[in-house]
Design a protein around this ligand. Structure first.
Ligand code: SF4
Length: 153
């Protein structure tokens, strides 16, 4: 297995599998994510592939301000993902609540719910920025793999 570890780490950076979760967004960011994953912006040229299950995902993309109903679901989705994993917060909503900031229906910024690796600012951010965030997160997966190996050795 040790022999395969560098290959697995490299394939993850080359081809991270992505799971998208909406934590109560207005859908503006989700539309931009759909565009980023469409043939026009072609996330697959970076190796990123959208997955239907968090159990198969390396990167979690979260939109929205994390409403009271969504908080537990986001924690659950994150816990289901295998390690190493990375989280990309898309838009100003998961970073600070954005336009929903101060609403009694918002639980907390995403960073207080699960660890966030990359913030992509904007309301909504452009598809190119979202792709850049995914590529950054893929690079972090490698760092996490290395840290984990060092801890184990
Ligand atoms: S950041 Fe803007 S576009 Fe994205 S979910 Fe929040 S309000 Fe909507």
């Amino acid at each position: 297995m040790k022999l395969l570890t560098p290959l697995i780490a490299r394939s993850r950076v080359k081809s991270p599998w992505v799971y998208c979760a909406n934590s109560g967004s207005c859908n503006g960011c989700d539309i931009e994510i759909a565009a980023a994953l469409s043939p026009r912006y072609d996330a697959e040229q970076t190796g990123a592939l959208r997955q239907g299950s968090p159990k198969h995902a390396d990167i979690l993309i979260v939109t929205g301000p994390v409403t009271l109903r969504a908080g537990a679901a986001i924690r659950d989705i994150y816990d289901q993902m295998p390690s190493p994993k990375a989280v990309v917060a898309v838009g100003s909503c998961p970073a600070s609540g954005g336009v929903f900031s101060g609403s009694p229906t918002v639980e907390a910024p995403l960073g207080d719910i699960i660890p966030v690796d990359v913030y992509v600012p904007g309301c909504p951010p452009r598809p190119q920025e979202i792709l850049r965030g995914v590529i950054q997160a893929a690079g972090k997966l490698n760092d996490k793999d290395r840290e984990r190996e060092e801890e184990q050795s």
